[in-house]
Every structure is written in structure tokens, then in C-alpha cells.
Design a protein around this ligand. Structure first.
Ligand SMILES: Nc1ncnc2c1ncn2[C@@H]1O[C@H](COP(=O)(O)OP(=O)(O)OP(=O)(O)O)[C@@H](O)[C@H]1O
Ligand SMILES: [Mg+2]
Length: 250
């Protein structure tokens, strides 16, 4: 049974860089059975991983809704969806990438979403590690995109709003009956660690560590270079290595 790790938090705090650097750490430690799921409608995890993805789960959901009336009655929609999911998955020698794409429009999506949910559950069971880059805010909890997640890492910038989002994620997950094995907090773009340690002590989540501002990350993202190519001694890479070791994530 594989481990499912999700990265969440408010918009623009560094969710995608952390997801990409976790995948980098997994590859570096020799893992080759890794699924990256980009669950942000404004998808950019593939870019940060240097992978190009053509179609999303949202696209095939639309295709199914448009075509299903033409399917013969004995034709299984689950089998059709499953084969399409495998078809749209981007594969590399060390990891695969699946993009969820845009959220549903006004049609009736419950049955299709239910099928997609089961396919994702099935897929995550067949990888050693699944890393989900969740959409910003709390919506992923009510959409249940992050159902079945073992470890939830909430990223925040050093702002009160970011810390509040972390607490809200924790409380809403509890209300919805979603039990994570661990709920961690990572503070990104930190310049003064002392201030942060005072603040993290006041909220009830496991503090995993901080990521400093890293000029290489800024530069790589500006020119569209994969974060998998960052130098080993880049401050954000070193910080994520330390975080994963400290919390024994991998
Ligand atoms: N530690 C860091 N050092 C330098 N730049 C950073 C760092 N963390 C994030 N950034 C920059 O901040 C921007 C936002 O980061 P990122 O895309 O990872 O955030 P996000 O939470 O995924 O955003 P969104 O909610 O839009 O998906 C990026 O341009 C990234 O280069
Ligand atoms: Mg993002």
C-alpha cells in the first residue's frame, strides 16, 4: 500500500515548489514508483518537474459526458475511463504525472466524479508514493480530492493569514471526518526563524520545518527550468531534504 502525501495551503505560498522538491527527494533516495498528481485547476506542477502533459482528467470527464449516450448499454464506462486515465498520464523513467484540470461546469458530474475518485484510489495503491499538489484554500477538502491522504503538509508564508489557513484546514478536515496520519506545517520564505518558532508553538499542528528564500528557485521558475535540476546545495533543496528526514516522510 503506497503512501499518499498532499501539499496544501493558501494561494501562492509555495505548495507547488514543495511538491516538486518532495518528488526530487524521492527520486534522489532511489524511489521509482512515484505518482505526481496536479490537483490545482491552474496547473503548473508539470512545468516545475520539466514534464509536458497534454490532457487532464477534467478533459476526459467532459469527453465521457459528451459521448456516453452513444456507448452501447453493455459498454463499461469505468473501463473506458480507466484506459483514458492511463492514456493521459505523462510517464518519465522515475515518476508519472496526472493532471486533474478544471473543476466541473454546470452539468451533473456526481457519477463521473465518483468513478474518477475510485480510479485515483486504485492508482495511488499501485505506486509507492503519490504526491498531490492540492488547489489553494480549503476547497479540496469538500471536493474530497484529498480523501485517502496519509500525510497532509500545509504550507504557509510567514503571515497570519497563512497560519490561519493551516488551522482552518485542520479543523475542516476533522469536521468532514477526514483523518490524516499526520498534519504538518511548513513555513516557506522564512528570513527570521526565531519569530516563526514562537508563532508555530501557538497552533496545534506538527511543525515540520522552514524553507528559506532561494534565489535559484526564483530564477528557475522565471526561466521555466525544472526544479529537479536545482543544485544539491540550493537552500530550498537542503531545507526540504532536512524536513523529510526530520519527519521521516520517506
Ligand atoms: N523559497 C522560495 N524562494 C524563492 N522563491 C519562491 C520560494 N517559494 C516560492 N517561491 C516563488 O513564489 C511563487 C509561488 O510559488 P508556488 O507556485 O510554489 O506557490 P503555490 O502555493 O503553488 O501557488 P498557487 O496557489 O498559485 O498554486 C513562485 O514563483 C516561486 O518561484
Ligand atoms: Mg501551485
Amino acid at each position: 500500500m503506497g503512501k499518499v502525501i498532499a501539499v496544501s495551503g493558501k494561494g501562492g505560498v509555495g505548495k507547488t515548489i514543495l511538491a516538486a522538491l518532495l518528488i526530487r527527494k524521492l527520486i534522489k533516495t532511489g524511489h521509482r514508483s512515484i505518482l505526481a498528481i496536479d490537483a490545482d485547476p491552474d496547473s503548473n506542477l508539470p512545468d516545475m518537474l520539466g514534464v509536458s502533459v497534454g490532457r487532464s482528467l477534467g478533459d476526459i470527464r467532459e469527453e465521457l459526458l459528451a459521448k456516453q449516450s452513444q456507448f452501447p448499454p453493455e459498454y463499461s464506462k469505468d473501463v473506458w475511463l480507466e484506459s483514458k486515465v492511463l492514456e493521459i498520464m505523462a510517464e518519465t523513467p522515475s515518476f508519472d504525472v496526472l493532471v486533474m484540470g478544471r473543476p466541473e461546469g454546470p452539468g451533473c458530474y456526481c457519477a463521473v466524479n465518483h468513478m474518477l475518485r475510485s480510479i485515483i484510489d486504485f492508482l495511488t495503491r499501485s505506486y509507492d508514493y503519490t504526491v498531490i499538489d492540492a488547489e489553494a484554500g480549503l476547497e479540496h477538502l469538500s471536493r474530497r480530492t484529498t480523501q485517502g491522504v496519509d500525510d497532509m503538509i500545509v504550507v504557509t508564508d510567514p503571515s497570519l493569514h497563512g497560519f490561519n489557513t493551516a488551522e482552518r484546514i485542520k479543523n475542516l478536515a476533522k469536521e468532514l471526518g477526514m483523518e490524516f496520519k499526520h498534519l504538518y506545517l511548513v513555513v516557506n520564505r522564512v528570513s527570521c526563524e526565531k519569530l516563526i518558532s514562537e508563532k508555530v508553538g501557538s497552533i496545534e499542528v506538527e511543525f515540520a520545518g522552514v524553507i528559506p528564500e532561494d534565489v535559484n528557485v526564483a530564477e528557475y521558475n522565471l526561466v521555466g527550468k525544472s526544479l529537479l535540476e536545482l543544485p544539491e546545495d540550493s537552500p530550498a533543496v537542503k531545507a526540504v531534504d532536512e524536513i523529510t528526514e526530520k519527519i521521516r516522510l520517506i
